[in-house]
Design a protein around this ligand. Structure first.
Ligand code: SAM
Length: 282
């Protein structure tokens, strides 16, 4: 009998994985966590029936969520990550020499612990980096109580259900506004736009009253099924999205960061949105 994992994000359609070996499974008190091996994708982690990350394609999502805002900003010293328990975002942020400190606010310690154990290449030692400050808390509370300000804030959350639901609310975005520097930028995973189009509209409507610029960029992540993954972008610094290509190229070259997906050309192209997404921004 083949052991399979059926993603349940969509009621009438979804991807299925053969689970060659279940490495860990638990109800953490916040969410159902399972980690398993699959011949195609390597080690896979899912939360509450939704694929979160796989060994084989994680680099695409983590590079796009980190290097687009970081290269656009160019001099981010203080970074805040909401969620991100697998450590991939933290790993990529710490590759930027400008970073003096990165705070990660993750609600579920077990996600961190189990990903260090079963997906060690995601964090790749980032959790032991002296620049990393890990806070176990609900992200919505943290940003509304925080008195610090950050240059780049990255919300690497689950989907808007269960513990992740609050990370798509106006209260959360107001908290982001409170702790983002005036020239800073906030980015967030905002779903697969063809399948979760309403999430684009909702996020746009909730961010627009708070920031001079609310928009999206995208990237194609194979195991986030249904088309391009859309990333929310919010800032009061209108220059960031217009950062000249040559500047992005110089920053990328100077950073010395080796990537497998992100390039300055991909950076620029990621802001070109299909018409059905543009139609959500009205
Ligand atoms: N979509 C991303 C991906 O697939 O790469 C998400 C990955 S990461 C595993 C999502 C993280 O958000 C999880 O570690 C989860 O525990 C965390 N999370 C969910 N709700 C949260 C909240 N309210 N505050 C902080 N962290 C939260």
């Amino acid at each position: 009998m083949t052991n399979t994992y059926l993603e349940t994000l969509y009621p009438s359609w979804g991807q299925q994985f053969v689970m060659d070996e279940v490495l860990f499974e638990v109800n953490t008190g916040h969410q159902h966590l399972v980690i398993f091996n699959n011949a195609q994708w390597g080690t896979v982690m899912a939360l509450d029936g939704v694929i979160q990350t796989t060994e084989k394609d994680e680099f695409i999502y983590h590079e796009m969520m980190v290097h687009v805002p970081m290269m656009a900003h160019g001099n981010a010293k203080k970074v805040l990550i909401i969620g991100g328990g697998d450590g991939g975002i933290l790993r990529e942020v710490l590759k930027h020499d400008t970073v003096e400190s990165v705070t990660q606010v993750e609600i579920d310690q077990q996600v961190i612990d189990m990903c260090i154990k079963y997906l060690p290449n995601h964090s790749a030692g980032a959790y032991d980096n002296p620049k990393a400050n890990i806070v176990i808390a609900d992200g919505v509370d943290f940003v509304n109580e925080c008195t610090e300000k950050f240059d780049v804030i990255i919300s690497d959350s689950t989907d808007p259900m269960g513990p992740g639901e609050v990370l798509f609310t106006s209260r959360f975005y107001q908290g982001i506004k409170n702790c983002l520097n005036d020239d800073g930028v906030f980015v967030a995973q905002n779903g697969v736009s063809f399948m979760q189009t309403d999430e684009v509209t909702t996020t746009y409507k909730r961010l627009s009253p708070l920031f001079k610029q609310a928009s999206f960029y995208s990237g194609a992540v194979p195991t986030y099924v249904g088309g391009i993954m859309t990333f929310a972008w919010a800032t009061d610094n209108l220059d960031l999205i217009e950062t000249p290509d040559e500047v992005i190229k110089q920053r990328f070259k100077a950073s010395g960061i080796k990537t497998r997906f992100y390039t300055p050309e991909v950076h620029k192209g990621s802001f070109a949105l299909p018409q059905y997404v543009l139609d959500c921004l009205k």
